[in-house]
Design a protein around this ligand. Structure first.
Ligand code: SF4
Ligand code: SF4
Length: 384
């Protein structure tokens, strides 16, 4: 596939907007989203007759109340704005685990996407094909497998959820775009980049590749986010705002400021070095409510929060995954998603061999029952 790098200067767009939002509901979010797009001078009408792809963070088969997936009201509102503007709107996502039409269907249903699509007048993707793209200019990676609808889009609407993340500290606009890699190919990506720093740089490679070739609009559902051991095993946390930017790195910078994660998100630190985001929010062109009034002082980060600073510790002192045998039902999902293949199911329970574990925490992320926790050594707790 040929690329034209039409938007190579995407990072020069430093506009980011935030608006207070206390509750969900299709109409209230629709009005707020229209207001926030106006603040960014973003015109949905420019996409008349074009292909708009909504890329929500759906992660796993979770109901909206779990706060692990983007709320359907936000997806409805974004879809309706572009459908009303005469665009052809398709929702496409490759969640965690296998990428099949049957799994997509059940996730769409449980996460509220079926209903959002019906009400908002857009379609749901069931085409699970993908293509390998080759590029240049990446710091760690110059080739990616990407799902077809993303490659065909004129505009990608990156619909993310603001959550804590065991490996990445925080997930919002940038990490959500990692979900354009099909199904278990995401696991291979972890194997290619077992070091946290390399993984962060390669996700920045992927995001910047997408932004240079496609128009991207990132919208973040931070009304109820997730704190603690996210992105799936944490607890819902009221953050109370909706954010947007045409630069996903700028959006993440603002999100990190609001939850108190400045300078601790490895992907953002890499992006700053490469000029995709300014050093802090004073380098953004901010619109909407004053972010200082939206800061969450008591946001709880994952048990691995200091990982980026303590990567020098020997492996055995770094936080490691641990199976709670009482909760584990032996479904094997963690074993299938382990890039190192160090998890086995024995006597109906998951067993982890830590020797070759790379501390990616995919197993914790993909266990729907929360049966994998993160164990921190005494040394890590003291120095962290
Ligand atoms: S730890 Fe979770 S994902 Fe792994 S086998 Fe047990 S229940 Fe399934
Ligand atoms: S056991 Fe868990 S943390 Fe370790 S490599 Fe496998 S998925 Fe990653």
């Amino acid at each position: 596939m040929e690329f034209d790098y039409k938007y190579i200067g995407f990072a020069e767009n430093r506009k980011a907007a935030v608006i207070r939002a206390e509750e969900y509901g299709n109409e209230v979010i629709y009005e707020k989203l229209k207001a926030i797009l106006n603040m960014l001078d973003f015109r949905a009408e420019e996409y008349y007759g074009k292909k708009v792809v909504l890329k929500p963070n759906l992660l796993l088969k979770f109901a909206p109340e779990r706060a692990a997936t983007v709320h359907p009201s936000v997806v409805y509102a974004a879809g309706k704005i572009f459908a009303d503007a005469g665009a052809s709107v398709l929702l496409a996502e490759s969640p965690g685990g296998p990428y099949t039409p049957g799994i997509l269907k059940s996730i769409y249903k449980v996460s509220g996407m079926e209903e959002a699509a019906r009400a908002g007048g857009f379609e749901l993707n069931y085409d699970t094909s993908f293509e390998e793209v080759r590029t240049d200019g990446g710091e760690r990676s110059n080739h990616f497998d990407i799902i077809k609808p993303i490659l065909d889009a004129d505009l990608i609407v990156d619909l993310c959820k603001l959550k804590s993340h065991s490996m990445a500290t925080m997930t919002a606009a940038v990490k959500n775009l990692f979900g354009v890699i099909p199904g278990t190919r995401k696991v291979e990506f972890h194997s290619r980049f077992p070091k946290h720093e390399d993984f962060a740089a390669s996700v920045v490679d992927l995001t910047s590749f997408i932004c240079k070739n496609k128009k991207v609009l990132s919208i973040c559902d931070a009304i109820i986010g997730m704190e603690g051991n996210g992105p799936s095993g944490g607890e819902p946390k009221k953050i109370g705002c909706l954010l947007a930017s045409e630069n996903p790195f700028a959006l993440d910078l603002l999100c990190a400021y609001i939850i108190g994660a400045q300078n601790t998100v490895p992907m953002l630190e890499n992006a700053k070095k490469r000029g995709y985001a300014p050093a802090d929010i004073s380098g953004l062109m901010l619109r909407g409510d004053d972010p200082r009034e939206l800061v969450i002082k008591d946001f709880r980060f994952p048990d691995t929060h200091k990982l980026h600073k303590l990567d020098f510790l020997p492996k055995f002192l770094q936080p490691h995954p641990k199976v709670n045998k009482k909760k584990c039902i032996g479904c094997g999902e963690c074993a299938r998603s382990c890039p190192q293949k160090v998890i086995k199911i024995e006597n109906g329970k998951a067993m982890i061999s830590l020797k070759n574990c790379i501390r990616c925490y995919c197993c914790q992320e993909l266990c729907k029952l929360g049966a994998i926790t993160i164990h921190r050594s005494l040394v890590y707790r003291i120095v962290g």
